[in-house]
Design a protein around this ligand. Structure first.
Ligand SMILES: C=C1C[C@]23C[C@H]1CC[C@H]2[C@]1(C)CCC[C@@](C)(C(=O)O)[C@H]1[C@@H]3C(=O)O
Ligand SMILES: O=C(O)CCC(=O)C(=O)O
Ligand SMILES: [Fe+2]
Length: 382
């Protein structure tokens, strides 16, 4: 990849008075090299600052190959563990997942080469307002405070047979140009592997809920998902910052792979608890949209990412999302078996409307689905 420019902070930045209007001038790595303390925009309020002495959360490790083998004991064990975890905090690990290790290591290599490129190289894929794909550096220009200490590169993904194009590879080629062919191929393949894995997990979730195994698999066959690369640079004052702020994922299912650094935390039993790295496993969590699809039975939980002063951290998050125009509503079996009187917890909605809400109207946090439901009701009452 051509590397002909170096990003530096404008002199005026050092007096810390420069308004960070232009998203292209902010690069946390450059800031770390040139300033002794982090800019105020990255300092989180006291009640949201990282806590010390965070203990690990016990999440079940699901053997996916065992579940898919059809062995009755392994199937019942997998569905039991998933059901318990999903009703409590929505997080579980999957191993024996079938994702190629070489693909995973190439994905990390290309990620490192991208995020260590000069800012002007990364800005070829600059994310624009309201869009969910592209490169973003700390969301400068999108938010004015509580900025996350991270850079992200996000791709839209749809299974090829539906749109006859390789959405991830095509995006990279269009935005980054020559020299990025292999880069585009790796993330196209990674997204396809995540698509395959997520549909297997949807079968597991369907069985764990006691409904048709194929119900949610078919609902998500023609998904329009998001693959996001999270790059968390070292931070000189990690006790003041957050890599990703506290939130519930608005999406349906998140399949996350994290490197060996650690930093993912989940808010369970009224305290932050860590999910330690396990290179052989993917971290899977229920999102708001799937919580609505189960009428609230499975939980979308609050989580965040903390940073550190020693090492940068890399994670891949694949956000499974239904086709934008599909109506999100729970199957009748999950609304009290269709008996009258069982309350619907959330209104019908489409993912495209919910996504637009998070991109144009509301910064996703722990109340996104509730705020979205209210916004929908107000909008529909006019
Ligand atoms: C639909 C999405 C919005 C975010 C990316 C996906 C799922 C997670 C969301 C997010 C990570 C929640 C925390 C705030 C956010 C702004 C972020 O820190 O990146 C959210 C993403 C986004 O709006 O870009
Ligand atoms: O990177 C992590 O550890 C978590 C990121 C996350 O929660 C997200 O991108 O939604
Ligand atoms: Fe998340």
């Amino acid at each position: 990849m051509a590397m002909e420019c170096i990003a530096t902070l404008p002199q005026s930045f050092n007096d810390n008075k420069t308004k960070l209007e232009d998203p292209s001038i902010f690069d946390p790595k450059v800031i770390n090299q040139q300033l002794n303390r982090i800019p105020q925009q990255f300092v989180w309020p006291d009640h949201e600052k990282p806590s010390t002495n965070v203990q690990p959360l016990q999440v079940p490790l699901i053997d996916l190959a065992g579940f898919l083998s059809g062995d009755s004991f392994l199937v019942s064990e997998a569905t039991r563990l998933v059901s318990e975890a999903a009703q409590q905090h929505g997080f579980f690990l999957v191993t024996n997942h079938g994702v190629d290790e070489t693909l995973l290591s190439r994905a990390y290599l290309f990620m490192d080469s991208f995020f260590t490129s000069p800012a002007c190289e990364k800005q070829k894929a600059q994310r624009t307002w309201g869009e969910s794909s592209g490169y973003a550096s700390s969301f400068v220009g999108r938010f004015s405070s509580k900025l996350p200490w991270k850079e992200t590169l996000s791709f839209k993904f749809s299974p090829e047979e539906k749109c006859h194009s390789q959405t991830v590879k095509d995006f990279v080629t269009k935005k980054m140009g020559d020299g990025y062919e292999d880069f585009g191929k790796v993330y196209q393949k990674y997204a396809e592997a995540m698509n395959t894995l997520s549909l297997k997990i949807m079968e597991l979730l369907g069985m764990s809920l006691g409904i048709e195994r194929r119900h949610f698999r078919e609902f998500f066959e023609d998904n329009q998902s998001i693959l996001r690369l999270n790059y968390y640079p070292q931070c000189k004052q990690p006790e003041l910052a957050l890599g990703t702020g506290p939130h519930c994922d608005p999406t349906s299912l998140t399949i996350l792979h994290q490197d060996q650094v650690g930093g993912l935390q989940v808010f369970v039993d009224n305290q932050w608890q860590s999910i330690p790295p396990n290179p052989k496993a993917f971290v899977v969590n229920i999102g708001d949209t799937f919580m609505a699809l189960t009428n609230g039975r499975y939980k979308s939980c609050l989580h965040r990412a903390v940073v550190n002063s020693e090492r940068e951290r890399n994670t891949f998050a694949f956000f499974l999302c239904p086709k934008g125009d599909k109506v999100v509503k729970p199957p009748k079996e999950l609304v009290g078996g269709g008996m009258s009187g069982e309350r619907r917890e959330y209104p019908d909605f489409t993912w495209s409307t919910f996504l637009e809400f998070t991109q144009k109207h509301y910064r996703a946090d722990m109340n996104t689905l509730e705020e979205f439901s209210n916004w929908l009701k107000n909008r529909r009452s006019f």
